[in-house]
Design a protein around this ligand. Structure first.
Ligand SMILES: O=C(O)c1ccc[n+]([C@@H]2O[C@H](COP(=O)([O-])O)[C@@H](O)[C@H]2O)c1
Ligand SMILES: Cc1cc2nc[nH]c2cc1C
Length: 349
């Protein structure tokens, strides 16, 4: 097996980090007055290896896949919505399609396997299977499907690198994938499934109880066999979640900063970090989702999300929404006058 994801990720540029820090202290503002925007610009400088970072070329991809666990009654929506939304992504009407357009980014749509086979112009149909298997009964994926999904993510990262992307956003679409994200988090973190399961697309109380039971059943079946993060991902993951993990790892290896979206993307990020901890510095976290389990995943990753807007859409929408904040942080860092340039007196300390 080619364990490409274990190869070291790019180191950060310590010289550019120091230069960016020094520049921040010379800009015409009290030191620290731009709060987290200052650290953000400095981090982007270290990641991009230049004193004046930019977030103008953003590579946006959305990965879709169906989930066998949906037959346990764990989503408020029918499984057909995954495929129907693929059409909406290429048609330009999905939330992420709107936001990508506003950013001037093309939207890459990758179907890893939906229940109904689809043939849509503008979609890459990889068809790893008709969705994953129901992980309350068996492993979600075969070894081969897991490898293919991780590889599809790496291929995306390579395309992002070929396009000289300054930032990568990966989105996801998959009815049932909050159950998958909760199961992964419950297997990888020392938290009870009770704190990691929530309403997803809008389940009622009975639905959340069914979802909790499905996660508990899955953990009873698989936990003793999850020797490491790869096997956990194979047994409890989804095609699009594994592809996201592969994309995050590939981006970190190629030296592309990543903006992680909500609960499902963060579960994929957790898998990526467990597979190769050297990818962690490349991951920025866009927002805290309304899905309750997201908090535990963010805390485990020591991630401080940029926004908290009560979003629970997925697709990568929260990440796309946070891009202007990164752009403005860079513009301030790059374009503000220094005290010397503007002939403004510096403070005493
Ligand atoms: O990213 C999130 O935080 C998020 C939270 C709740 C739902 N979603 C989206 O809703 C779908 C999964 O919800 P569910 O209830 O079918 O598991 C999937 O397509 C996700 O993109 C996404
Ligand atoms: C309509 C719809 C759009 C979505 N986008 C991401 N997850 C979704 C779930 C539903 C149900």
């Amino acid at each position: 097996m080619d364990e490409w994801w274990k190869e070291a990720c790019q180191p950060l540029d310590a010289v550019m980090r120091e230069r960016a820090l020094a520049r921040q202290d010379q800009l015409t503002k009290p030191r620290g007055a731009l709060g987290r925007l200052e650290a953000l610009a400095v981090q982007l400088a270290a990641l991009q290896g230049c004193e004046r970072p930019q977030v103008e070329r953003v590579h946006v991809s959305v990965f879709a896949g169906d989930h066998g666990v949906v037959e346990e009654g764990v989503s408020a929506f029918p499984q057909a919505v995954t495929g129907q939304m693929l059409r909406n992504f290429v048609g330009g009407g999905a939330a992420l399609a709107v936001l990508a357009r506003r950013l001037g980014s093309a939207l890459e749509v990758i179907d890893l396997g939906t229940v109904e086979p689809l043939h849509l112009a503008g979609v890459s149909h990889l068809r790893l299977g008709p969705g994953t298997a129901n992980f309350t009964r068996e492993a979600a994926m075969s070894d081969q499907q897991l490898q293919q999904a991780l590889g599809a993510g790496r291929d995306t990262a390579r395309r992002a690198a070929a396009g000289a992307a300054q930032l990568f956003i990966g989105g996801e679409m998959g009815i049932g994938n909050t159950t998958c994200a909760s199961a992964l988090a419950a297997a990888l973190l020392p938290h009870s499934p009770l704190t990691l399961v929530g309403p997803g697309t809008g389940l009622d109380g009975d639905g959340v109880r069914r979802k909790l039971a499905a996660v508990q059943t899955a953990l009873r079946l698989h936990a003793d066999h999850c020797a490491g993060p790869l096997e956990t991902l194979r047994r409890l993951g989804g095609f699009e979640v594994a592809a996201l993990a592969g994309a995050y790892l590939g981006c970190a290896q190629q030296g592309i900063p990543v903006l992680v979206d909500g609960f499902i993307c963060s579960a994929a990020a957790l898998c990526a970090v467990r597979l190769n901890p050297t990818c962690r510095p490349w991951l920025l976290f866009a927002h805290r989702s309304a899905e309750p389990g997201h908090l535990a995943v963010l805390q485990a990753l020591e991630a401080e999300p940029l926004l908290d807007l009560g979003l629970r859409l997925g697709e990568g929408s929260g990440a796309a929404l946070a891009v202007p904040l990164l752009q403005q942080a860079c513009a301030l860092h790059n374009e503000m006058a220094t005290f010397a340039e503007a002939a403004v007196a510096e403070g005493a300390v």
